[in-house]
Ligand binder design. Structure first.
Ligand SMILES: *Cc1c(COP(=O)(O)O)cnc(C)c1O
Length: 403
């Protein structure tokens, strides 16, 4: 039997309706949307423009032209941040973000820092929520961009993007948000929320992998990363991935259509799991914001139990832990470190990412597995003994710990 899937922040399965919408464009409608001398090209172009419209509808964009297709959200994040920065190559300037962003943002701003740009990180609290006063205090005439994610993929914390947008607008600074984890779960409207650029990934919302988009508000100019035929208003050259785009469009349409109902359903499942953990397992801590949080996310640290061991013990459920095992060390999640979760607890964390296929029976099943295995692993844990003997396990050197 295949494991029950509870890792929807990593990726989601392809929706059947989405696959069906894509099929004709993988077969008979194979034309290049840039070909304007024959019907093959026209059919492909019409499908692309319909998809663009559906994506614009999902985020409340004024015009479909403001959607630029990319290979995914990694590229969309790169295009937004480097695109703005490289418009100011001579004068450089400052870019503001937060320490819990996706690596597609963090690694991009690190590169820009090496190129001479100033990178400022707005303060976040213990739940990962941005400190708006600190953000405001960082702004200066040389600020080129504010890039703050809508929701975090590990701890689910949802940022006050409308307030950030308001602040950015007042200071006439472009505001970009990586909304990958939030689309289909959080009501986003780029006009109401004053968002200038927004990153989208199809495979995080039941669409295909390898396709995404960047919303770029009219008037925002970006230096392109990829040059060629001048596709996508010159911002992203390359023959369009027509089946992928059609799939992304369909996924966006479904996300909008089903959002309310699916969020209500996810909240019931999520709260059932959280209540069960809180009632049945002691010494556990919820990471991330208790309320301002994605409906499908939970992130718990189970003290004295290594996350990786717990995941192995619960192997018929596909889960993700807050630490990545390398050959010589166990590195805890940078997101948990950024919100000051002690090392001892960061290593004990598990992320639950619920999605469309999950049922209340599956929630009860994972609860039962957790209760049983946390108890079993704690009985075998030297740390549990140390803690009971009054030794501060936070002082132990985890970075050298191997297993
Ligand atoms: C998955 C993810 C990305 C990267 O998206 P790809 O389409 O896989 O490149 C970027 N940001 C966030 C928040 C993500 O969860």
């Amino acid at each position: 039997m295949k494991a029950i899937y509870m890792d929807h922040h990593a990726t989601t399965p392809l929706d059947k309706e989405v696959l069906e919408s894509m099929m004709p464009y993988l077969t008979e409608h194979f034309g290049n949307p840039s070909s304007n001398t024959h019907e093959y090209g026209h059919i492909a172009r019409k499908a692309v423009e319909e998809a663009r419209k559906k994506i614009a509808d999902l985020i409340g964009a004024q015009s479909a032209d403001e959607i630029i297709f990319t290979s995914g959200a990694t590229e969309a994040d790169n295009l937004a941040v480097k695109g703005i920065a490289w418009n100011n190559r001579d004068k450089k300037g400052q870019i503001i973000t937060i320490a819990t962003e996706h690596k597609a943002i963090l690694d991009t701003v690190s590169r820009l820092e090496r190129e001479g740009y100033e990178i400022a990180y707005a303060r976040i609290d213990e739940y990962g929520l941005i400190d708006l006063d600190h953000l405001a205090s960082l702004l200066k005439p040389e600020t080129r961009l504010i890039s703050i994610q809508t929701a975090n993929s590990e701890i689910g914390t949802i940022q006050p993007i409308a307030e950030i947008g308001q602040l950015a607008m007042q200071h006439k600074i472009p505001f970009h948000t990586d909304a990958v984890q939030a689309l289909g779960k959080v009501d986003i409207n780029v006009i109401r929320d004053h968002i200038d650029m927004l990153s989208i990934s199809a495979h995080k919302m039941y669409g295909p992998k390898g396709i995404g988009a960047l919303y770029v508000r009219k008037g925002i100019k970006l230096t392109s990363l990829i040059d060629g035929g001048g596709h996508e208003r010159g911002m992203r050259s390359g023959t369009l991935n027509v089946p992928g785009i059609v799939g992304l469009g369909k996924a966006a349409e479904i996300a909008k259509r089903d959002m309310k109902q699916e969020v209500d359903r996810l909240l019931i499942l999520r709260n059932r799991l959280a209540d069960g953990i809180d009632k049945q397992i002691e010494h556990c801590k919820l990471n991330g914001h208790p309320i301002k949080r994605l409906a499908n996310n939970l992130n718990y640290s189970f003290a004295y139990v290594e996350g990786e061991s717990l995941i192995l013990a619960c192997r018929d459920v596909a889960l993700s832990s807050g630490s990545a095992c390398t050959s010589t060390s166990l590195q805890s999640s940078y997101v948990l470190r950024a919100i000051n979760v002690p090392e001892s607890l960061a290593h004990c964390s598990i992320r639950f990412g619920l999605g469309k296929s999950n049922t209340s029976e599956q929630i009860d099943y994972i609860l039962e597995l957790l209760v049983r295995n946390v108890k079993k692993l704690r009985e075998m844990s030297p740390l549990y003994d140390l803690a009971r003997d009054g030794i501060d396990i936070d002082k132990l050197n985890w970075s050298k710990h191997t297993h």
